[in-house]
Design a protein around this ligand. Structure first.
Ligand code: FAD
Length: 328
Protein backbone atom coordinates (compact mmCIF):
# COMPACT_ATOMS: atom_id res chain seq x y z
CA UNK A 1 0.00 0.00 0.00
CA UNK A 2 1.45 3.42 -0.92
CA UNK A 3 2.32 5.65 2.03
CA UNK A 4 1.67 9.38 1.61
CA UNK A 5 3.78 11.74 3.65
CA UNK A 6 3.41 15.41 4.53
CA UNK A 7 6.60 17.08 5.74
CA UNK A 8 6.39 20.20 7.89
CA UNK A 9 9.03 22.83 7.04
CA UNK A 10 10.61 25.07 9.63
CA UNK A 11 12.31 28.40 9.02
CA UNK A 12 13.76 31.31 10.94
CA UNK A 13 15.10 34.64 9.79
CA UNK A 14 14.30 33.91 6.15
CA UNK A 15 16.20 30.62 6.14
CA UNK A 16 15.01 27.03 6.13
CA UNK A 17 16.22 25.07 9.15
CA UNK A 18 18.61 22.23 8.41
CA UNK A 19 16.17 19.90 10.20
CA UNK A 20 13.70 20.65 7.41
CA UNK A 21 15.96 19.15 4.75
CA UNK A 22 16.61 16.13 6.94
CA UNK A 23 12.84 15.72 7.39
CA UNK A 24 12.42 16.01 3.59
CA UNK A 25 15.03 13.25 3.13
CA UNK A 26 13.15 11.06 5.65
CA UNK A 27 9.72 11.78 4.16
CA UNK A 28 10.90 11.17 0.60
CA UNK A 29 12.34 7.80 1.59
CA UNK A 30 9.24 6.74 3.55
CA UNK A 31 7.02 7.58 0.58
CA UNK A 32 9.35 6.18 -2.11
CA UNK A 33 9.76 2.84 -0.31
CA UNK A 34 6.04 2.25 -0.75
CA UNK A 35 5.40 4.05 -4.05
CA UNK A 36 3.60 6.86 -2.22
CA UNK A 37 3.86 10.65 -2.49
CA UNK A 38 5.71 13.19 -0.35
CA UNK A 39 4.62 16.81 -0.03
CA UNK A 40 5.86 19.68 2.11
CA UNK A 41 3.89 22.34 3.93
CA UNK A 42 5.40 25.68 4.92
CA UNK A 43 3.66 28.31 7.05
CA UNK A 44 4.47 31.98 7.34
CA UNK A 45 4.24 35.42 5.84
CA UNK A 46 6.27 36.27 2.72
CA UNK A 47 7.47 32.73 2.28
CA UNK A 48 7.36 32.44 -1.49
CA UNK A 49 11.19 32.36 -1.83
CA UNK A 50 11.40 29.61 0.78
CA UNK A 51 8.59 27.65 -0.91
CA UNK A 52 10.52 27.93 -4.21
CA UNK A 53 13.65 26.63 -2.50
CA UNK A 54 11.70 23.65 -1.17
CA UNK A 55 10.28 23.05 -4.63
CA UNK A 56 13.78 22.12 -5.80
CA UNK A 57 13.26 18.81 -3.99
CA UNK A 58 11.38 15.92 -5.62
CA UNK A 59 7.93 16.38 -4.08
CA UNK A 60 4.39 15.96 -5.28
CA UNK A 61 3.83 19.58 -4.19
CA UNK A 62 4.85 22.34 -1.82
CA UNK A 63 1.89 23.81 0.07
CA UNK A 64 2.58 27.40 1.10
CA UNK A 65 0.18 28.73 3.73
CA UNK A 66 0.64 32.49 3.75
CA UNK A 67 -0.85 34.79 6.37
CA UNK A 68 0.23 37.90 8.28
CA UNK A 69 -0.89 36.04 11.40
CA UNK A 70 1.81 33.45 10.68
CA UNK A 71 4.67 35.95 10.51
CA UNK A 72 5.64 35.00 14.06
CA UNK A 73 5.56 31.36 15.09
CA UNK A 74 2.96 30.36 17.70
CA UNK A 75 1.88 26.88 18.73
CA UNK A 76 -1.78 27.93 18.45
CA UNK A 77 -1.51 29.09 14.83
CA UNK A 78 0.63 26.13 13.76
CA UNK A 79 -1.68 23.58 15.37
CA UNK A 80 -4.76 25.24 13.87
CA UNK A 81 -3.43 25.61 10.33
CA UNK A 82 -1.65 22.26 10.18
CA UNK A 83 -4.74 20.43 11.48
CA UNK A 84 -6.71 21.95 8.58
CA UNK A 85 -4.06 21.04 5.99
CA UNK A 86 -3.69 17.50 7.36
CA UNK A 87 -7.46 16.88 7.40
CA UNK A 88 -7.74 18.08 3.84
CA UNK A 89 -4.75 16.23 2.40
CA UNK A 90 -5.09 13.11 4.57
CA UNK A 91 -1.46 11.93 4.59
CA UNK A 92 -0.56 8.69 6.32
CA UNK A 93 2.41 10.29 8.08
CA UNK A 94 3.28 13.84 9.04
CA UNK A 95 7.07 14.12 9.27
CA UNK A 96 8.90 16.77 11.29
CA UNK A 97 12.44 17.52 12.40
CA UNK A 98 12.73 17.10 16.17
CA UNK A 99 13.48 20.76 16.90
CA UNK A 100 12.51 23.02 19.83
CA UNK A 101 9.67 24.35 17.69
CA UNK A 102 8.36 20.86 16.93
CA UNK A 103 8.52 19.99 20.63
CA UNK A 104 6.39 23.05 21.27
CA UNK A 105 3.52 22.58 18.82
CA UNK A 106 3.49 18.92 17.70
CA UNK A 107 1.97 17.45 20.91
CA UNK A 108 -0.83 20.03 20.63
CA UNK A 109 -1.34 19.21 16.95
CA UNK A 110 -1.51 15.49 17.76
CA UNK A 111 -4.07 16.22 20.49
CA UNK A 112 -6.18 18.41 18.16
CA UNK A 113 -6.21 15.60 15.57
CA UNK A 114 -6.58 12.87 18.21
CA UNK A 115 -3.65 10.93 16.74
CA UNK A 116 -0.34 9.52 17.95
CA UNK A 117 3.03 11.29 17.88
CA UNK A 118 6.20 9.17 17.75
CA UNK A 119 8.86 11.68 18.69
CA UNK A 120 12.64 11.95 18.45
CA UNK A 121 13.11 8.89 16.20
CA UNK A 122 16.46 7.76 14.82
CA UNK A 123 15.03 5.94 11.83
CA UNK A 124 12.51 3.32 10.84
CA UNK A 125 12.28 -0.11 9.31
CA UNK A 126 9.66 -1.56 7.06
CA UNK A 127 7.83 -4.75 7.86
CA UNK A 128 5.61 -5.57 4.92
CA UNK A 129 3.44 -2.46 4.71
CA UNK A 130 4.06 -1.36 8.31
CA UNK A 131 6.61 1.23 9.38
CA UNK A 132 8.28 0.61 12.72
CA UNK A 133 10.16 3.54 14.21
CA UNK A 134 13.33 3.40 16.27
CA UNK A 135 13.89 5.69 19.24
CA UNK A 136 16.32 5.75 22.11
CA UNK A 137 15.18 5.25 25.68
CA UNK A 138 16.95 5.40 29.06
CA UNK A 139 19.49 8.02 27.96
CA UNK A 140 20.35 6.07 24.84
CA UNK A 141 21.14 2.80 26.63
CA UNK A 142 18.35 0.97 24.78
CA UNK A 143 16.60 1.33 21.47
CA UNK A 144 12.82 0.92 21.40
CA UNK A 145 10.78 0.02 18.34
CA UNK A 146 7.51 1.89 18.15
CA UNK A 147 4.58 1.38 15.84
CA UNK A 148 1.73 3.87 15.99
CA UNK A 149 -1.70 2.30 16.42
CA UNK A 150 -5.15 3.42 15.30
CA UNK A 151 -6.00 5.22 12.10
CA UNK A 152 -3.65 7.54 10.21
CA UNK A 153 -2.41 10.23 10.13
CA UNK A 154 0.46 9.67 12.54
CA UNK A 155 3.00 12.29 13.50
CA UNK A 156 6.66 11.35 13.58
CA UNK A 157 9.71 13.51 14.31
CA UNK A 158 13.33 12.57 13.58
CA UNK A 159 16.35 13.48 15.64
CA UNK A 160 18.92 15.77 14.07
CA UNK A 161 21.33 13.75 11.93
CA UNK A 162 19.06 10.70 11.52
CA UNK A 163 18.75 11.46 7.81
CA UNK A 164 21.21 13.31 5.64
CA UNK A 165 20.43 16.64 4.12
CA UNK A 166 22.52 15.75 1.05
CA UNK A 167 20.39 12.67 0.37
CA UNK A 168 17.36 14.81 -0.56
CA UNK A 169 16.26 13.89 -4.07
CA UNK A 170 16.16 16.88 -6.37
CA UNK A 171 13.62 17.76 -9.09
CA UNK A 172 11.38 20.66 -10.04
CA UNK A 173 8.20 20.58 -7.96
CA UNK A 174 5.08 22.67 -7.93
CA UNK A 175 4.17 25.28 -5.28
CA UNK A 176 0.49 25.71 -4.35
CA UNK A 177 -0.54 28.70 -2.29
CA UNK A 178 -3.12 27.76 0.32
CA UNK A 179 -5.45 30.28 1.94
CA UNK A 180 -6.54 29.44 5.46
CA UNK A 181 -8.34 31.99 7.56
CA UNK A 182 -7.25 32.02 11.14
CA UNK A 183 -10.26 33.14 13.24
CA UNK A 184 -9.74 35.89 15.83
CA UNK A 185 -8.95 34.46 19.25
CA UNK A 186 -7.16 31.40 17.82
CA UNK A 187 -3.73 32.75 18.75
CA UNK A 188 -3.59 33.22 22.50
CA UNK A 189 0.12 33.73 22.92
CA UNK A 190 2.76 36.10 21.68
CA UNK A 191 6.22 34.82 20.82
CA UNK A 192 9.06 36.15 22.90
CA UNK A 193 12.69 36.19 21.92
CA UNK A 194 13.76 32.86 20.44
CA UNK A 195 15.85 30.67 22.72
CA UNK A 196 18.53 30.17 20.12
CA UNK A 197 18.68 33.81 19.22
CA UNK A 198 19.31 35.02 22.74
CA UNK A 199 22.59 36.82 23.09
CA UNK A 200 25.64 34.58 23.46
CA UNK A 201 23.73 31.40 22.73
CA UNK A 202 24.84 29.28 19.85
CA UNK A 203 22.84 26.82 17.82
CA UNK A 204 25.38 24.05 17.43
CA UNK A 205 22.75 22.04 15.55
CA UNK A 206 23.41 24.26 12.52
CA UNK A 207 27.24 24.04 12.71
CA UNK A 208 29.08 22.13 9.99
CA UNK A 209 32.28 21.69 12.00
CA UNK A 210 32.52 21.31 15.79
CA UNK A 211 35.63 20.96 17.91
CA UNK A 212 34.53 19.65 21.31
CA UNK A 213 36.55 19.71 24.50
CA UNK A 214 36.27 17.15 27.29
CA UNK A 215 37.65 16.85 30.79
CA UNK A 216 40.91 15.70 29.19
CA UNK A 217 41.78 19.33 28.46
CA UNK A 218 42.45 19.58 32.21
CA UNK A 219 42.02 23.33 32.76
CA UNK A 220 40.07 26.28 31.30
CA UNK A 221 43.40 27.85 30.28
CA UNK A 222 43.75 25.13 27.65
CA UNK A 223 40.50 26.10 25.97
CA UNK A 224 42.48 28.63 23.99
CA UNK A 225 44.05 25.76 22.07
CA UNK A 226 40.62 24.23 21.40
CA UNK A 227 39.29 27.58 20.16
CA UNK A 228 42.32 28.00 17.87
CA UNK A 229 41.69 24.59 16.30
CA UNK A 230 38.00 25.46 15.81
CA UNK A 231 38.98 28.79 14.29
CA UNK A 232 41.52 27.19 11.95
CA UNK A 233 38.86 24.72 10.77
CA UNK A 234 36.15 27.39 10.57
CA UNK A 235 34.01 25.62 13.15
CA UNK A 236 32.30 26.09 16.53
CA UNK A 237 33.47 25.01 19.96
CA UNK A 238 31.43 22.40 21.83
CA UNK A 239 32.02 20.51 25.06
CA UNK A 240 31.16 17.55 27.19
CA UNK A 241 29.14 18.10 30.34
CA UNK A 242 31.95 18.29 32.93
CA UNK A 243 33.49 21.19 30.98
CA UNK A 244 30.21 23.13 31.12
CA UNK A 245 29.41 22.04 34.69
CA UNK A 246 32.80 23.46 35.75
CA UNK A 247 31.87 26.77 34.13
CA UNK A 248 34.78 26.56 31.67
CA UNK A 249 32.31 27.05 28.81
CA UNK A 250 28.66 28.21 28.87
CA UNK A 251 25.92 25.58 29.04
CA UNK A 252 24.81 26.27 25.47
CA UNK A 253 28.05 24.60 24.31
CA UNK A 254 27.17 21.28 25.95
CA UNK A 255 26.59 18.37 23.63
CA UNK A 256 24.75 15.27 24.73
CA UNK A 257 21.55 13.97 26.25
CA UNK A 258 21.15 17.00 28.51
CA UNK A 259 22.70 19.40 25.98
CA UNK A 260 22.39 19.90 22.26
CA UNK A 261 22.09 17.18 19.62
CA UNK A 262 24.41 17.89 16.73
CA UNK A 263 25.21 16.30 13.39
CA UNK A 264 28.00 18.30 11.78
CA UNK A 265 30.04 17.18 8.81
CA UNK A 266 33.09 17.05 11.09
CA UNK A 267 33.19 16.49 14.87
CA UNK A 268 36.56 16.62 16.59
CA UNK A 269 36.45 15.21 20.15
CA UNK A 270 39.42 16.24 22.27
CA UNK A 271 39.87 14.43 25.58
CA UNK A 272 36.29 13.14 25.61
CA UNK A 273 35.77 9.58 26.84
CA UNK A 274 32.57 9.06 24.86
CA UNK A 275 30.06 8.29 27.62
CA UNK A 276 26.69 7.24 26.26
CA UNK A 277 25.13 10.56 27.33
CA UNK A 278 27.69 12.38 25.20
CA UNK A 279 27.41 9.97 22.27
CA UNK A 280 23.65 10.39 21.90
CA UNK A 281 24.23 14.06 21.16
CA UNK A 282 26.87 13.65 18.46
CA UNK A 283 26.94 10.19 16.95
CA UNK A 284 24.99 11.38 13.91
CA UNK A 285 28.08 13.41 12.88
CA UNK A 286 29.32 12.42 9.46
CA UNK A 287 33.03 12.23 10.30
CA UNK A 288 34.21 11.88 13.90
CA UNK A 289 37.85 12.46 14.78
CA UNK A 290 38.72 11.52 18.35
CA UNK A 291 41.92 12.33 20.23
CA UNK A 292 42.29 10.42 23.47
CA UNK A 293 45.26 8.99 25.33
CA UNK A 294 43.26 5.92 26.40
CA UNK A 295 42.97 3.47 23.50
CA UNK A 296 40.04 1.77 25.25
CA UNK A 297 37.96 5.00 25.42
CA UNK A 298 34.40 4.33 24.13
CA UNK A 299 34.63 7.32 21.77
CA UNK A 300 36.86 5.19 19.52
CA UNK A 301 33.95 2.77 18.95
CA UNK A 302 32.13 5.46 16.96
CA UNK A 303 35.11 7.46 15.67
CA UNK A 304 35.85 7.54 11.95
CA UNK A 305 39.47 8.40 12.74
CA UNK A 306 41.00 7.76 16.14
CA UNK A 307 44.24 9.29 17.36
CA UNK A 308 45.58 7.60 20.49
CA UNK A 309 47.84 10.07 22.21
CA UNK A 310 48.25 13.17 24.32
CA UNK A 311 46.11 15.97 22.94
CA UNK A 312 48.61 18.58 24.16
CA UNK A 313 51.19 17.08 21.81
CA UNK A 314 48.81 16.45 18.93
CA UNK A 315 46.66 19.57 18.69
CA UNK A 316 49.27 22.41 18.42
CA UNK A 317 51.05 20.94 15.33
CA UNK A 318 47.62 20.11 13.87
CA UNK A 319 46.63 23.80 14.13
CA UNK A 320 49.88 24.82 12.46
CA UNK A 321 49.40 22.35 9.60
CA UNK A 322 45.79 23.45 8.99
CA UNK A 323 46.86 27.11 8.99
CA UNK A 324 49.63 26.32 6.48
CA UNK A 325 47.20 24.49 4.18
CA UNK A 326 44.75 27.40 4.40
CA UNK A 327 47.46 29.94 3.68
CA UNK A 328 48.16 27.94 0.52
P1 FAD B 1 35.79 11.90 31.17
O1 FAD B 1 34.83 10.79 31.10
O2 FAD B 1 36.48 12.16 32.46
O3 FAD B 1 36.86 11.67 30.02
C1 FAD B 1 38.02 12.41 29.86
C2 FAD B 1 38.82 11.71 28.75
O4 FAD B 1 39.97 12.48 28.45
C3 FAD B 1 39.32 10.32 29.15
O5 FAD B 1 38.88 9.38 28.19
C4 FAD B 1 40.84 10.45 29.14
O6 FAD B 1 41.48 9.26 28.65
C5 FAD B 1 41.05 11.59 28.19
N1 FAD B 1 42.27 12.34 28.43
C6 FAD B 1 42.76 12.80 29.61
N2 FAD B 1 43.90 13.48 29.41
C7 FAD B 1 44.15 13.44 28.07
C8 FAD B 1 45.20 13.95 27.26
N3 FAD B 1 46.21 14.67 27.78
N4 FAD B 1 45.14 13.71 25.93
C9 FAD B 1 44.14 12.99 25.39
N5 FAD B 1 43.11 12.47 26.12
C10 FAD B 1 43.12 12.72 27.45
N6 FAD B 1 27.81 14.22 29.35
C11 FAD B 1 27.88 14.99 28.25
O7 FAD B 1 28.97 15.14 27.66
N7 FAD B 1 26.75 15.59 27.75
C12 FAD B 1 25.53 15.45 28.32
O8 FAD B 1 24.56 16.03 27.83
C13 FAD B 1 25.43 14.64 29.48
N8 FAD B 1 24.24 14.44 30.09
C14 FAD B 1 24.18 13.60 31.16
C15 FAD B 1 22.92 13.32 31.72
C16 FAD B 1 22.83 12.45 32.79
C17 FAD B 1 21.48 12.17 33.37
C18 FAD B 1 24.01 11.86 33.32
C19 FAD B 1 23.92 10.90 34.46
C20 FAD B 1 25.25 12.14 32.78
C21 FAD B 1 25.35 13.01 31.68
N9 FAD B 1 26.58 13.31 31.11
C22 FAD B 1 26.63 14.05 30.00
C23 FAD B 1 27.85 12.90 31.74
C24 FAD B 1 28.48 11.68 31.12
O9 FAD B 1 28.00 10.53 31.77
C25 FAD B 1 30.02 11.71 31.29
O10 FAD B 1 30.33 11.82 32.65
C26 FAD B 1 30.68 12.85 30.53
O11 FAD B 1 30.28 12.85 29.19
C27 FAD B 1 32.19 12.66 30.59
O12 FAD B 1 32.81 13.77 30.02
P2 FAD B 1 34.29 13.67 29.45
O13 FAD B 1 34.36 12.64 28.42
O14 FAD B 1 34.71 15.06 29.11
O15 FAD B 1 35.12 13.28 30.76
Amino acid sequence: MPIDVLIVAEHQGGKLARATWEAVAAGQRMAADSGGAASVVILGDQISALADELAKARLSEVLAVQSKLLSDYTADSYAFVLARVIREHAPDYVVLGHTYQTRDFAPKLAAVLGVGFVSDCLGYRKENTRLIFKRQVFQGKFEAEVEPLGQPPWLVSFQSGSFREDSVERAESHVSTVQIEIPPGTIRTQSGERFREARQTVDLGQAEIIVAAGRGIKSPDNLDMVKKLAEALGGEVGASRPVCDSGWLPMDRQIGSSGQTVAPKLYVALGISGAIQHQVGMKGSRTIVAVNKDKEAPIFEIATYGIVGDLFEIVPPLIEEIRKIKAG
